[in-house]
Design a binder for this molecule. Structure first.
Ligand code: GLN
Length: 562
């Protein structure tokens, strides 16, 4: 009897697959880093604009179970969802494009898949079968793909890495099996790069043909090919790709470099991407509505004025791209707010260590606003504190995000409340004035080396102080924002700091956790324990960034000496 029960649970998941749920698999070819995430987000946007509900998934091929334990320089920014999973930055791109929250089930890593298969094996859930890559691992992948599609019409799955990599083969295999079972409901889009070598001056399509061959060797035929290139792909290139890759020419789409990623949905729709995808997925045609995107793109293009903002952080690699990757949501949030205020944002990246070496005045003079974003560990913290002191004393609009807020409180404690050597216990474990200290439950976790996915994560409510700038910006008293931290402001010092003029304008509903600080006498001086950058949207900038940008644009009144 018991055995029968177990066997029932071990039945492959095929029967549970929702009928008519449609899937788009998006793979990459030739090189990585060509904007597969933006292409996936744009396709989601195009479908959503036609009234189709979408569920975008990112698959990462590494064995980490989430992105939380990977260095930002290695992997780029860690994005956090409302339900508190630490994910790849592509989920942030999806959320920004489709303007809908995405949840835990939409981020899948090889580590998660194997952890679950191994758990099931130990729990005898395979009922005595030998556990194998196919079908057990592929079934677990397929089960998760369907699970993430709950409530949606179309699931858009971005497969990380490039086709042909040994480690992502099992995911391709799962997509092949799904296509075999339900050929009418699945399409494969291959996003590949067409180089234009400078010595030739000609765009070459051969690498795309080669990567499609690799895809073919796994039993997968692409339905649509998206060519990434510096300039738009011409007809000749499209014809060659169509002929050699076995697709119709209108299904070869050009996705050239553009000034702003938000142009991509418009560019793809100009080539009828939506109609082509719907036809291939056997979904009845629907009218498109891209007018708001079109207007938005036009507005971005026509904005010429510039606002110079310094971002003083620590996760700076060597190349420009690494810099951008570590703080991508912060960059996008600043752009959104700037565009809404009819300006472009000109960002300058400053390693906090440079401020320590060269002095805040030398490094920071001339910027119209200063941001200190999130971070961990002690390197660069003195530079951040000096930066914040400069911003406060010179009254340059300042925004501190998470670590930036903690550092701002420490700066205020040291230089205004005269609490010498005030610090965070993350930096100085024996500091006399532990203005920032570890949260009690977090301390326990660290003691048992419980590092993965164990911070205070995801959305938490916050109550805003009546009459504060934060309340004025949000326009409501209760907000919800996303967090990712282990340390908090020490309540022991709150009263003292408040007496000196630092306002705790946002707290957790029970009042125990300080979530927002501000100095009301300044043009703009605000910091938040949460990460507002996760919730900014291109056409709906975040109130905090909006307030910061507005203050930075508004020139300070010049004090006339009497
Ligand atoms: N290191 C700080 C903490 O853990 C801040 C974290 C962050 O900036 N995300 O509390």
């Amino acid at each position: 009897m018991a055995k029968k029960k177990i066997q029932k649970r071990a039945t492959p998941t095929i029967k549970k697959e929702k009928k008519n749920l449609k899937f788009i698999f998006i793979s990459g070819g030739v090189i990585s880093g060509i904007g597969k995430g933006v292409t996936s987000a744009s396709i989601s946007t195009i479908l959503k604009s036609r009234g189709i509900s979408v569920s975008p998934i990112k698959v990462d091929m590494y064995l980490n179970q989430d992105a939380g334990t990977i260095r930002p320089q290695e992997h780029g920014e860690v994005f956090v969802t409302d339900d508190g999973i630490e994910t790849d930055q592509d989920l942030g791109t999806y959320e920004r494009f489709i303007d809908q929250p995405i949840y835990r089930s939409n981020y899948i890593t090889t580590g998660q898949i194997y952890a679950e298969v191994l758990r099931k094996e130990r729990a005898f859930e395979y009922g005595g079968e030998d556990v194998e890559a196919i079908p057990h691992v592929t079934d677990e992948i397929i089960r998760r793909f369907y699970q993430a599609g709950k409530g949606a019409d179309v699931v858009i799955i971005e497969l990380g890495g490039t086709v042909g990599e040994y480690q992502n083969g099992i995911f391709f295999e799962a997509t092949r099996i799904m296509t075999l079972r339900n050929p009418d409901d699945m399409i494969h889009i291959h996003v590949a790069y067409l180089p234009t070598p400078s010595y030739l001056g000609e765009m070459k399509s051969k690498p795309v043909q080669q990567s499609v061959r690799t895809l073919n060797s796994m039993g997968i035929e692409p339905d649509i090919i998206v060519g990434r290139s510096e300039t738009p792909m011409d007809d000749k290139r499209k014809e060659r790709i169509a002929l050699f890759c076995n697709v119709d020419k209108k299904s070869v789409l050009s996705n050239p470099d553009v000034k702003s990623i938000y142009e991509v949905p418009v560019i793809l729709e100009e080539q009828n991407a939506g109609d082509i995808i719907l036809a291939k997925l056997k979904i009845a045609p629907r009218k498109r509505d891209m007018q708001s995107w079109r207007n938005f793109v036009r507005q971005i293009r026509s904005t010429k004025k510039e606002l110079s903002i310094a971002v003083v952080g620590k996760y700076f690699g060597t190349g420009k791209f690494e810099l951008a990757d570590s703080y991508v949501s912060v960059i996008e949030s600043l752009k959104h707010a700037a565009w809404a205020n009819k300006t472009q944002v000109k960002l300058t990246w400053i390693d906090a260590v440079r401020v320590e070496k060269d002095g805040a005045k030398n490094v920071l003079t001339g910027f119209e606003g200063i941001v200190v974003p999130g971070g961990f560990g002690s390197r660069g913290t003195e530079g951040m504190i000096e930066t914040i002191r400069f911003a406060r004393e010179k009254d340059v609009p300042f925004l501190g995000l998470c670590y930036g807020m903690q550092m701002a409180t420490i700066e205020f404690a040291r230089n205004v409340a005269k609490l010498r050597n005030a610090n965070s216990t993350e930096v100085d474990t024996v500091t006399k004035h532990d203005i920032v200290h570890i949260m009690p439950d977090q301390e326990k976790k660290l003691l048992v080396k419980d590092y993965g996915g164990s911070m205070r994560l995801g959305a938490w409510d916050c109550i805003l102080k009546k009459g504060s700038k934060a309340e004025a910006l949000y326009g409501v008293r209760k907000i919800s924002e996303r967090h990712r931290h282990r340390y908090e402001i020490n309540n022991k010092y709150r009263e003292q700091l408040e007496k000196e003029g630092l306002i705790f304008s946002g707290t957790s509903p029970d009042g125990k956790l300080a979530e927002i600080i501000e100095i009301p006498t300044k043009r703009f001086f605000m910091g938040s324990q949460f990460h507002p950058e996760y919730k900014s949207r291109p056409m709906r900038p975040h109130p905090m960034f909006d307030g910061f940008v507005k203050a930075a644009i508004k020139k300070p009144k010049i004090k006339v000496k009497k």
